[in-house]
Ligand binder design. Structure first.
Ligand code: DGT
Ligand code: MG
Length: 389
């Protein structure tokens, strides 16, 4: 059904967390052309340039009218945060229907390789460039480099944590295990997860959790919550309904649930468990202090149907941090970035998934709903399906 234009009334706002950004926007083709340029800069390590394009993309996603020469002159020239480079690319798109630099980028071998490599979990732009520089071009080259045959069995990276009585394997003895797992399972991971399957994953996880700890509450977050018809992984934020004692109940529960699901064969691999030790090297940007498990799951088979390996992230929050965790893990990444920026620059607050604090007196604010998170930050409500900035 068509969305009312009133939803988009804040399209002029500087912060993505003030604007409505649908999954697919009116100017989708332009947004995608610009996104290529942003990704290319990111892959080359040009963070600042990448961010400029990402911001442009996110502004365009919130702009409710078809971008024509007229709209450009009337509205776009007045938008905050659209630089002269971006503006000339938009001009080019208006007159020709594409951006030549985006086209040549998409055709270049370097971009194709770097883009492909960085989609492997655990490989960032720096690593991707190193691999390219030593001559890797396709996935087969990575398989050779990391010594992984497709479909080969790779033991869990955090096996030592999953089975505590086992002798601990030092981290440096098992380098690159998340990468090896991702390579070995890449054919499964390449198939996107439909919404019903995300729901089924959620159902299986919560059923098991209820057996070891009744009274838990949960929300499926990530792209699913933003309305994506297909996701690359399932992200679930979990807490407990006991407001008073929930923090104690939640403590250690992530590990217990992961062990249980691993023992029963539902979780086949654990790429990362955190909140237990300081080693947080995988995703360096904005780590929060929540307990989480980044895993691989295979659903129990229904009849003869073969089930695929699926990425599953479990995030555990105390009742006090539940709603900030839900907001913090619903995304999109740009929405989250601007939420933190808004909180800091406009409200003198610090926002992350594990809580909101007032800077001047370090007071922790405890929201009792997602709406209260927005209220505390002085933001108008934005529906999760409109957070695709
Ligand atoms: P996809 O690719 O279909 O799974 O799309 P998303 O948007 O679900 O992307 P995903 O699963 O990588 O991340 C879900 C959201 O969670 C993302 O929008 C931002 C947040 N997030 C991801 N990684 C971290 C992290 O390490 N720490 C925190 N605090 N948030 C994270
Ligand atoms: Mg996700």
């Amino acid at each position: 059904k068509p969305t009312s234009l009133n939803v988009f009334k804040n399209w002029r706002s500087r912060y993505a967390c003030q604007r409505a950004s649908p999954l697919v926007c009116v100017n989708q083709a332009l947004a995608e052309e610009l996104a290529v340029l942003g990704e290319a800069r990111e892959l080359e390590g040009l963070r600042v340039n990448a961010l400029a394009y990402e911001r442009a993309v996110s502004l365009i996603k919130s702009y409710p009218y078809h971008i024509t020469q007229e709209a450009y002159k009337r509205d776009l020239v007045k938008l905050p945060g659209l630089g002269s480079k971006t503006m000339s690319k938009i001009q080019e798109f208006i007159s020709s229907g594409s951006i030549s630099e985006s086209r040549t980028t998409c055709e270049s071998e370097r971009y194709q390789s770097l883009s492909l490599f960085s989609k492997i979990y655990g490989i960032g732009p720096v690593n991707a460039r190193k691999l390219y520089d030593i001559g890797c071009r396709g996935i087969e080259d990575l398989e050779r480099y990391y010594d992984v045959a497709p479909g080969s069995t790779i033991e869990s990276v955090e096996e030592d944590l999953v089975t505590p009585d086992r002798k601990k394997i030092p981290k440096n003895k098992i380098p690159d295990l998340p990468i090896k797992i991702s390579l070995a399972l890449r054919e499964d991971f390449a198939i996107p997860i439909p919404r019903e399957e995300v729901e089924e994953m959620h159902g299986v996880v919560m059923h098991e959790l209820d057996l070891i700890q009744p009274g838990c509450v949960s929300t499926i977050v990530g792209g699913y919550r933003r309305g994506k018809p297909y996701s690359n992984d399932a992200d679930i934020v979990i807490s407990h309904s006991d407001i008073r004692n929930g923090a104690n109940i939640i403590k250690g529960l992530c590990k217990r649930l992961t062990q249980r699901l691993h023992a029963s064969g539902v979780i086949t691999h654990v790429m990362h468990l955190s909140g237990f030790h300081a080693h947080n090297a995988l995703r360096t940007e904005h780590w929060d202090s929540l307990e989480k498990a980044l895993t691989v799951l295979v659903l129990p088979s229904k009849g003869k149907e073969k089930r695929l390996h699926r990425r599953l992230d479990l995030i555990f929050a105390s009742p006090a941090a539940y709603w900030t965790a839900v907001v913090g893990w619903s995304g999109s990444k740009m929405f989250e970035r601007d939420l933190r920026l808004w909180a800091k620059t406009e409200k003198g607050m610090k926002f992350d998934s594990s809580g909101m604090t007032r800077r001047h007196d370090s007071k922790l604010l405890i929201p009792r709903s997602e709406e209260e998170v927005f209220d505390c930050l002085g933001l108008e409500w934005v529906d999760p399906t409109m957070r695709n900035a």
